[in-house]
Design a protein around this ligand. Sequence first.
Ligand code: COD
Ligand code: ZN
Length: 375
Amino acid sequence: MSTAGKVIKCKAAVCLEVKKPLSIVEIEVAPPKAHEVRIKILATGICRSDDHVISGSFHSPLPCILGHEAAGVVESVGEGVTSVKPGDKVIPLFVPQCGECSTCLNPKANLCTKNQLMDCNGMMRDGTSRFTYKGKPLYNFANTSTFTEYTVVTEDAVAKIDAAAPPEKVCLIGCGFSTGYGAALKTAQVEPGSTCAVFGLGGVGLSVVMGCKAAGASRIIGVDINKDKFAKAKELGVTDCVNPKDFDKPIHDVITEMTKGGVDYSFEVIGRTDTMTAALAACQMNYGTSVIVGMAPSLSEIKFHPMLLFTGRTWKGSIFGGWKSKEAVPKLVSDFMTKKITLDPLITHTLPFDKINEGFELLRSGKSIRTVLLF
Ligand code: COD
Ligand code: ZN
């Protein structure tokens, strides 16, 4: 029996309050309105950004449904939707691509002005929610909300992908992989033979490593305070691993000495202001470029000596790897299908959706790179 046009009752993991486990409850998901798409989620990854909301370090209105790294299948579409149809395999996009705004019209930019990352009000664009729990609306997260059996997104926040793509793998293209890989290839545009330093060797940092390697970097220095991350980092292309805890001087001084003046490209993939400045200081003063990939806590500010930039360094940020989401995601999925890119090393755990809180514990304890939840 078709569910199109009807309210769907389904299971979701709801974040009711900060610093508490998610609650697995039954919610109601309204049909998509015009230019919206309702998706049945097949697999979703757990990303550190979701945990930033649970821990309270990143503010998003609650109660909400987190999750932004997923793959699924279109259940139904609202009026006027033309780019996807029921049955299509898709990846929701936490950075939309409307195709019309000043960003979308500029080939150099990807952060569509319709994104909800900066001032997330947790609602659809008409100011209402498609999710209801106990008769009250639930907020969404980052245009996507994938910790639920069904979600509704706008048409510009969903990409159609190869029908044969395995959802339990390609869900990572919805965030972690693309964010890191693109930071190296698109934002920094790492060149063959260059030296790189990657601060933070989680799922996103390792994807930066893969991007640096694909670009032909000759030396990739991996920085992490958890030495258990080093074996996999080396497998993926890191040439030197350094643990800031092993030195009694600042890590940027260590890297500057190792590279006789600093790296060509550094990446901050932790989300801390102190490591953002350290990564900037670790790149070569005349021509080094440092890319901020991690999201710092909502209320944080950075204090740094202007000399770090005055001497010539470039400081950049990168969201979703600089990719124009709706057009890049299907291509990245094709690259996975043709084995140009690999995702398997990033997936350390696969759990049923009901064990989502266990998945978050694995992330917090540093034991997992990516946990993928299956529905
Ligand atoms: N020095 C060195 N390494 C450290 C330090 C430190 N002081 N503190 C932590 N680390 C290491 C940890 O041991 C860990 O290995 C790594 O840093 C962080 O990895 P994870 O697994 O916790 O996190 P990831 O890789 O899943 O995500 C990291 C991001 C920083 C990318 C993420 O937290 C984030 O901020 N994402 C925002 C980017 C974005 O665009 N999000 C949009 C979705 S809403
Ligand atoms: Zn993410």
